[in-house]
Design a binder for this molecule. Structure first.
Ligand code: 4AD
Ligand code: MG
Length: 453
């Protein structure tokens, strides 16, 4: 018999004679002559109420079922007598698939996020985490849909690389040398290699061949920052567009954030409702602002003036020429503008080598998108397409023109203005769920001193 998912069952309009459902017991209540099992199969938030009558041949076994056990239930879907659910399953056959002892850690009560991080192998069995990971899945699909509808090609950029796109030196080294051996020429690639921090440099090469492209894959940064919004392994979505300037880049970023938020509102109503009720009371209002208002766009210099004049007390001082901290970003978007903000034209001194120099010679055609609760969710720029300018920037910033010869050379053959950005996928999941810690939107997060699961 073909298995029915609880999610499909919820959409039934008429009772069904016979279906098969497989899932895990969330709770059990016993009366004199029958037991109610609440089972969940992970397909949606809703549990299915199973009524198991004492006439079942293995009723003794069913009465001993505990939270966490897995079962297969065959039976008829009938209108429920009780409130809280439209249908219930009148069991004809209940098969115990795998028992769970009383010590199963996820008993029916609320557990703290900290506790659940310590049992990452089990936490997806809770309502909150299963909802988060379903939304994560739905968002990944929406990303591909967004680009597909706009004619972008999905490309795969390397994970093993010898370059440091962002130039921040936060690299995870990759080596096959035995401990103690230092001769690079004996190493697998024969040169210093690392996990990628961004697929951008390679994406640029494909954009100047295929037109509009995007990558969507894992990236790695050995930033030793234990914050709520940094992970050592995270996924990034990086579109790259040929014949595109910073304005069009910002347009795409805004359109994309709105599209993705709307997609979740339209496709994940039940899961979203859980977050709006239990995680962030402001969530639906925030999503309304996100989808309903034009993002503010201001140059970096103006952002700094606003922060300086704000009278707010920040932990980190505000000064032209320094990078904005998360508290500054959040002040701008949460308190000052009360909507998403795009800050553009940052000083060249705080940005990577590849960004296009503006005519003032001091700022680059860069942009960050800031949203409530998170701060920076997107970082992007127009790329320096002029060979001489790029070579000069590489010299000034101490990058090896020999090592990045291919990147530089691309500017000699039909170079075109092009732009792109990186959207942090985990920060996106945080944005649409209201979850405030990046460790809780990744099934198995990697942060400093944390790689257990
Ligand atoms: O601003 P970033 O460093 O930009 C780049 O990597 C560019 N090469 C992107 C491009 O233009 N193609 O990173 C982009 C985004 C950030 O805005 C943030 O959302 C996310 O990636 N991000 C992180 N997310 C989680 N943990 C970290 N350690 C992150 N570092 C960046
Ligand atoms: Mg950035």
């Amino acid at each position: 018999m073909k298995r029915t998912k609880i999610e499909q069952l919820m959409a039934f309009e008429v009772p069904a004679e016979r279906i098969l459902v497989k899932g895990w017991v969330r709770t059990k209540r016993d009366s004199k002559t029958f037991s109610f099992l609440e089972i969940n199969d992970g397909s949606c938030l809703a549990n299915l109420q199973v009524v198991a009558d004492e006439k079942l041949p293995n009723y003794e076994e069913i009465r001993k079922l505990t939270t966490g056990a897995s079962v297969a239930v065959e039976g008829a879907v009938v209108p429920s007598q009780g409130s809280g659910q439209q249908w219930e399953l009148q069991a004809a056959v209940v098969t115990l698939v795998g028992a769970a002892p009383e010590s199963f850690p996820l008993q029916k009560k609320r557990h703290s996020d900290e506790f659940l991080r310590g049992i990452a192998h089990l936490r997806a069995r809770t309502n909150k985490y299963s909802a988060a990971f379903r939304i994560r899945s739905e968002l990944a699909l929406a990303v591909h849909r967004f680009f597909h509808e706009r004619g972008f090609r999905y490309i795969h950029t390397p994970i093993l690389t010898a370059s440091d796109c962002e130039g921040a030196g936060e690299l995870f080294r990759v080596t096959t040398l035995p401990p103690g051996e230092r001769l690079l020429e004996n190493d697998f690639f024969g040169v210093e290699s690392n996990l990628t921090v961004s697929g951008q440099l390679e994406a640029e090469m494909l954009a100047t061949a295929l037109g509009d492209v995007y990558t969507f894959g894992p990236t790695f940064r050995a930033e030793n920052s234990n914050t709520r919004r940094h992970a050592a392994e995270f996924w990034m979505i990086e579109p790259e567009m040929a014949f595109c300037d910073l304005q069009e880049d910002m347009d795409l970023a805004e359109e994309m954030i709105k599209y993705l938020a709307n997609h979740v509102i339209d496709h994940c109503a039940d899961d979203l409702n859980l977050f709006a009720r239990f995680v962030d009371k402001n969530l639906m209002a925030q999503l309304g602002v996100l989808t309903g208002s034009a993002f503010e766009r201001i140059p970096y210099a103006e952002a700094i003036r606003i922060l300086e004049k704000s009278g707010a007390s920040f932990e980190y001082p505000v000064a032209y020429g320094t990078d904005m901290q998360s508290e500054h970003e959040r002040f701008l978007t949460e308190h000052h503008f009360k909507k998403p903000v795009m800050v553009y034209d940052f000083p060249k001194t705080i940005k990577p080598f590849y960004m296009r120099m503006n005519d003032d010679g001091q700022t680059v055609a860069s942009m960050d998108v800031l949203v409530a609760g998170i701060g920076e969710i997107i970082g992007g720029s127009q790329r320096e397409e002029r060979y001489d300018m790029l070579a000069t920037r590489m010299d000034q910033m101490g990058l090896s023109k020999e090592k990045y010869w291919w990147y530089l050379e691309s500017r000699l053959y039909g170079s075109v203005p092009h732009s792109g950005f990186g959207l942090g996928f985990e920060r996106l999941v945080m944005m649409v769920t209201g979850i405030s810690n990046i460790r809780d939107v990744i099934p198995f997060p990697r942060t400093p001193k944390n790689i257990e699961f």
